[in-house]
Design a protein around this ligand. Sequence first.
Ligand code: MN
Length: 236
Amino acid sequence: MTLLFTPPTVSVPVSGIAERFSVRRVYCVGRNYVDHVREMREGDERDDPFFFQKPADAVVGGDTPVPYPPRTSDFQFEGELVVAIGAEGVDVPAAQALELVFGYAAGIDLTRRDRQRDCRERRISWEAGKAFDASAPCGPITPRESAGDLATAELRLAVNGEVRQRTPLALMIWNVAEIIAHLSTDYRLRAGDLVYTGTPAGVDSLVPGDVVRAEVSGLAPLSVTITENGSHHDAR
Ligand code: MN
């Protein structure tokens, strides 16, 4: 078989080994911290988790500057724990779900909030608000066995050195095992899938020049620089 062309493989570095984690799909949890559900005034904190996707090539590492995206005037950060899936699974019980996990990373679910709100008001898909180029920065993946106990870990996001989001991961409405269990009822999970697990309160707008740093205790940090709009066609 001869291909007309080969799109570049998107991959994320793995701490401690030379091989990179190639990205197949990107799933995101729509809401997973009570304080963020309240600040967005949407839904009920007892609702089942819901998921949306971003294109795999929206994933960028911390070494790639993120251009301010087009057609928004409210470009926001959402610091999140990212789960990297390393094995196939469908209808996985929560008790076995962590066996699918290859590792964890700090990530940012970048959002065109004005476009997302517009989608919500018009009752159409969130894609315009969520699934744009370079919208899924992801830090180096720490393998599960080196990641320590996430139950006691803290997620922090700082802009230009000032902490803007800070939460114990224990405050997630749905924990990692439960998220994988739910997701695997809708989709066959496979190695290469990334799952962004939702953001706590504190989301806010970014401007060009901002340096956004997402950290989860025990994992490698992610630092992303926002650059001017106009160069978004050169995102990678
Ligand atoms: Mn999010």
